[in-house]
Ligand binder design. Structure first.
Ligand SMILES: C[S@@+](CC[C@H](N)C(=O)[O-])C[C@H]1O[C@@H](n2cnc3c(N)ncnc32)[C@H](O)[C@@H]1O
Length: 297
């Protein structure tokens, strides 16, 4: 039977394939890896997609990784177009980075990537609810200059308004390509809950697994002021989502967590699994290939 290569792997260069094969046995050495990493990032070695996958880009590597992972899955499953989203745009630093990652990765991988950014345009809404951590966040923080940002954006679309109102209408109003990756950065529990409802949309609107980044679930040893917990903020919204859905779960990205050299953002990348999605079980490795030969003596 003819070998049918996974379409997402077709464009990957020979050197990238070789590098991935040598990673475990050579490049993942404690002394070799820091230098290799610096060289790949600063000399811009390999393709943009490869650097995004490994987080070796300067702007928002966590966003780049999610865009790559979403595009890879989309391409593997035969999608021609996907969408990536940022919830919480503020001045637009994240959204412009997302736009760039989408352009570069989309071009290299041969998949169209639409970009959307949700924001009130007026900064954080008022809240006295302890679950929103008002001891950190204040009404009006991170106000956006909408006109200035609109001029900077090349392809991304701004969805202005409170997510309680914009999320329920989003699919009808914008008819976006299926959602593949979502960056959550609205700080508040009460804003994250309505945004997560996006994952209740029909299968045609979503990929079966969606790569997400949550900015406010823990950063570093220096975030002692935040005192984040499972009972407040984004973590509570995620926990409640999982409790309320039997066939949809937001889970850590165990592949990243198992990596020998962890970046601080690895634990903030989670994957939304839509177990009942029509494409959840569809094969993503090279079709018709029997991998059992690799394990024979
Ligand atoms: C920390 S800022 C985002 C920073 C941005 N992601 C970046 O990387 O530069 C949080 C943003 O979330 C937005 N936000 C919070 N709650 C919202 C809600 N209910 N609806 C829409 N936007 C909201 C605020 O307007 C604010 O601009």
């Amino acid at each position: 039977m003819a070998k049918q290569k996974n379409p997402a792997r077709v464009g990957a260069g020979v050197y990238e394939g070789l590098f991935s094969k040598l990673y475990d046995n050579f490049f993942s050495n404690e002394i070799v890896w820091p230098f290799t990493k610096l060289a790949i990032k600063h000399l811009r070695l390999f393709s943009y997609s490869f650097r995004a996958r490994t987080g070796l880009v300067s702007l928002k590597p966590e966003y780049a990784h999610c865009v790559f992972a979403g595009a890879f899955l989309g391409k593997s499953l035969g999608y021609k177009k996907i969408s990536v989203i940022e919830f919480g745009v503020a001045g637009g630093r994240g959204l412009t980075a997302l736009e760039k990652h989408a352009e570069m990765i989309g071009r290299e991988m041969g998949i169209e990537i639409e970009v959307y950014g949700f924001d009130t345009g007026k900064g954080l809404p008022k809240s006295d609810d302890y679950r929103d951590l008002p001891y950190i966040w204040r009404e009006g923080f991170y106000k956006m200059d909408v006109e200035k940002l609109q001029k900077r954006l090349r392809s991304a679309k701004l969805v202005i308004g409170d997510v309680n109102e914009t999320v329920p209408k989003f699919f009808n109003d914008y008819n976006p390509a299926p959602v593949a990756a979502v960056m959550f950065d609205m700080d508040l529990y009460s804003s994250t809950v309505p945004a997560l409802r996006m994952f209740e949309a029909d299968d045609a609107r979503l990929l079966p697994r969606i790569f997400t980044y949550f900015d406010d679930i823990g950063t570093s040893i220096f975030d002692y002021d935040y005192c984040l917990s499972e009972y407040t903020g984004e973590r509570l919204a995620i926990r409640e989502f999982n409790e309320q859905h039997d066939n949809k779960k937001i889970s850590p990205h165990f592949g990243l967590l198992a990596d020998k050299f962890k970046e601080s953002w690895y634990s903030r990348i989670l994957i939304v699994h839509l177990f009942n999605h029509a494409k959840y079980n569809e094969a993503i490795f090279d079709k018709e290939v029997d991998y059992s030969a690799e394990l024979s003596l």
